[in-house]
Design a protein around this ligand. Structure first.
Ligand code: SF4
Length: 463
């Protein structure tokens, strides 16, 4: 049994019955059926697909700016089409830059070549020679998209990238060489599928791997070897090289480390890179501006400003970094529900710590309680340097009365990180406690949240 076949044979043996019985609606199409596709429809669909890949502005379309292209591509004669004709057609369009014009001129010429050679016969459209032309039409990194697009047009060509990934995990034990384009190019997957003589067609082998790997979701299958391989529940795990890999001796890339739950603090810079950057330029800008050893929370505004200046034009790198920081800050914050109870000041600190400890300004919050001291609601009273005018009893108690609260707890943060109460904190608290007694809504505690510690007025006997 060749290495190429081992995966499929094990799969067919151990999971075949269940995967084959699945209602592969799309796979039931006979891949040997011959259809002739409409040239006009195919050309329009192709343009709709590749224009965004070439980053052509969404404001340009067949009705605005691109009419000469949409109309002209149907009028060109595939047998006598010359590149200068295609270029003239593109020059009549509005809004293309030189790069887009050159790429599109090439794409139009390849498309004409395909029309000439195949007459848009679905069987001809998936031969190796013609697939090479489709891959020239799509940007180099979008070769899989070309196959998926062909499949959407009714050409039954293998196209499961996820199935290929499952094959690579099982047979090679790693997907770490994913930078190597020839190793990950769909051409290799087509060759592998074509070698599978146990299947009636290469397409059937592809569908089997797709159903196993998660691309089979359309058929109601969960996918065992998808983005997060479920090795514990996989019937192939005893023979799988990925599953049997010695995690101490094998070097994994960042995606594999995530999948294997192997991320450690040392991987954070690489993880940030992986999460935030989508182009080499963005990667370089990130490396240049930020100290990879500094924790995310310590990345200062000054560093972000440097990054803002060096990030590529049109990039949202700084925004994405900020979004990630917000996500980390808020991760784990649970929303309180009515009837929840705090049993001690530590509970209050634990609940508000993440939310308040990294605020750059002081924030004053009240938690309103019912007559059994259960949670009713929570209100932001003010933000800024706390003083008597910012935390006025009128504002604090208006909301308590509105909610018909029976008691309340006050919480605020010290951005310095030191939770010791200031003179102003003592004065504000004293005033709120007095008003609370007058209106019959007692202030049960005032908790000051610092960096890793807190002060409770109630615990210190200051109320
Ligand atoms: S054992 Fe894990 S990695 Fe291997 S084929 Fe099964 S799910 Fe995929």
């Amino acid at each position: 049994m060749t290495v190429q076949s081992h995966f499929f044979q094990t799969l067919a043996q151990k999971q075949g019955a269940c995967l084959r019985q699945a209602p592969w609606t799309l796979a039931q199409i006979n891949p040997a059926t011959v259809n002739l596709l409409s040239r006009k429809k195919l050309a329009e669909n192709l343009l709709e697909c590749i224009l965004p890949l070439l980053e052509v502005s969404g404001d340009l379309n067949r009705f605005a700016g691109l009419q000469p292209l949409y109309e002209g591509i149907n009028l060109l004669d595939p047998h006598y089409c010359r590149r200068d004709e295609a270029q003239r057609m593109l020059e009549k369009c509005l809004g293309f830059n030189d790069y887009q014009r050159t790429q599109l001129a090439g794409a139009v010429m390849h498309f004409m070549d395909i029309v000439k050679q195949t007459n848009l016969n679905t069987l001809q459209l998936k031969t190796n020679e013609i697939l090479t032309l489709w891959w020239k039409i799509f940007p180099q990194t979008k070769a899989w998209q070309a196959l998926k697009w062909l499949w959407d047009q009714g050409v039954a060509v293998p196209h499961s990238q996820s199935g290929f990934r499952a094959w690579r995990r099982f047979s090679q034990g790693s997907i770490a060489d994913s930078e190597n384009i020839s190793e990950t190019h769909p051409k290799k997957w087509l060759e592998i599928c074509e070698e599978q003589t146990d299947f009636a067609t290469a397409f059937e082998a592809d569908r089997m791997a797709a159903a196993f790997s998660g691309d089979g979701r359309h058929a109601g299958l969960a996918g065992i070897c998808g983005d997060l391989p479920d090795c514990d529940n996989c019937a192939l795990n005893t023979e799988c090289l990925w599953c049997g890999a010695d995690t101490n001796s094998v070097k994994f890339n960042i995606a594999e480390k995530i999948q294997r739950n192997l991320i450690s603090a040392a991987d954070i810079p690489q993880l940030m890179h992986w999460l935030l950057t989508s182009t080499q330029e963005e990667g370089k800008a990130l490396e240049h501006a930020l100290n990879p050893d500094a924790p995310l929370k310590d990345w200062s505004w000054k560093r972000l400003r440097i990054l803002e200046k060096t990030q590529p034009l049109g990039s949202e790198l700084v925004l994405r970094l900020e979004a990630l920081r917000e996500l980390c800050k808020n991760y784990g914050i649970e929303k309180l529900k009515p009837q929840d109870q705090f049993s001690s000041s530590r509970d209050i600190f634990k609940h508000f710590h993440q939310q308040l400890s990294r605020q750059k300004q002081e924030q004053f919050i009240i938690v309103l309680l019912d007559n059994k001291h259960r949670y009713l609601a929570e209100e932001d009273v003010s933000k800024g340097i706390l003083n008597k005018s910012l935390v006025h009893p009128r504002e604090v108690f208006a909301s308590a009365i509105e909610h018909r609260a029976a008691a309340m707890i006050c919480i605020h943060n010290h951005p310095s990180g030191d939770p010791e109460p200031s003179q102003e904190d003592l004065r504000i608290t004293e005033r709120l406690v007095e008003v609370g007694k007058l209106v019959g809504i007692p202030v049960l505690d005032h908790v000051i949240v610092g960096n890793e510690s807190y002060t409770s007025f109630a615990d210190k006997g200051l109320l």
